[in-house]
Design a protein around this ligand. Structure first.
Ligand code: TMP
Ligand code: ASP
Length: 238
């Protein structure tokens, strides 16, 4: 597999072409941003952890019948993935109240829901990724009704699988964000990453935050938290 030109640089990853038109290389950076890039920083070693964690979790999801973009991990920071066209939505699943849910509704943090919620944001940095409802997704033809049925179904199955996995690590999966893409033939697959950047993960015993909220909220011990959550995953995977 030959790495070719850089196609794109995002906030946390770079994407490269390869000699195979249907495959790309993603390279994970240590850069961290929050609040649509208004807060900037570095989390030393984050790229290595996010690359490995995302690949482990996506490998598990694949085994459970969820199609993903994962092909193979190439190095500490680089992974070969299937080329997709990203559906411009952030798909957010919540099990416990936190983050923008609490802010929007003036609702306390840490309340467990009877059923997980699924919501969507329109991926558009100029508009600050606004919350979007299904009728508006369909009206703008961001995705078809059939695609949205599949995406919602996958999101809930992923939640059940990951919640169960993290529980075995002594970790509570509070909420997370997913992105889906279309392969050349239109098949919907899970893309982007699943990592402490994109999930809220709390120690089940103490409630300690082991995710990017430590960076967003200036809680300190950011690198330690990423290291701790990765160690929990590795212990469970061993
Ligand atoms: P929120 O409570 O800020 O809406 O975040 C919900 C989940 O989505 C949380 O686990 C963090 C994740 N997330 C991202 O991965 N990227 C983002 O840009 C935002 C705003 C949230
Ligand atoms: N990554 C996003 C940004 O920089 C937001 C976040 O994860 O909080 O805007």
């Amino acid at each position: 597999m030959e790495k070719r030109e850089q196609l794109y640089e995002g906030k946390a990853k770079k994407v490269y072409a390869t000699d195979d038109p249907e495959k790309l290389i993603v390279a994970y950076k240590d850069d961290a941003t929050a609040f649509n890039g208004k807060k900037k920083g570095t989390i030393a070693g984050k790229g290595i952890i996010n690359n490995r964690m995302s690949n482990r979790l996506m490998g598990r999801l694949e085994k459970a019948g969820i199609p993903t973009h994962l092909v193979e991990e190439l190095s500490e920071r680089e992974t070969l993935v299937k080329r997709v066209k990203i559906v411009p939505l952030e798909v957010i699943v919540r099990n416990i109240s936190a983050g923008s849910f609490c802010k929007r509704y003036g609702f306390p943090e840490g309340v467990s829901f009877d059923e997980p919620t699924v919501e969507y944001s329109y991926k558009n940095d100029e508009l600050n990724d606004p919350l979007i409802c299904l009728p508006h997704i369909l009206a703008m033809k961001l995705a078809t009704r059939e695609e949205m049925d599949a995406i919602r179904d996958y999101a809930l199955r992923i939640d059940a699988i990951l919640r169960d996995f993290w529980k075995g690590c002594g970790v509570t999966l509070v909420d997370f964000k997913l992105e889906f893409g279309r392969l050349r033939d239109g098949t919907i697959v899970l893309a982007d990453e699943i990592s402490p950047d994109t999930c809220r993960l709390w120690d089940a015993a103490t409630g300690k935050k082991l995710d990017k909220d430590r960076f967003r909220q200036d809680l300190g011990g950011v690198e330690e938290a990423y290291g701790e959550i990765m160690a929990r995953l590795e212990a469970a995977d061993a």
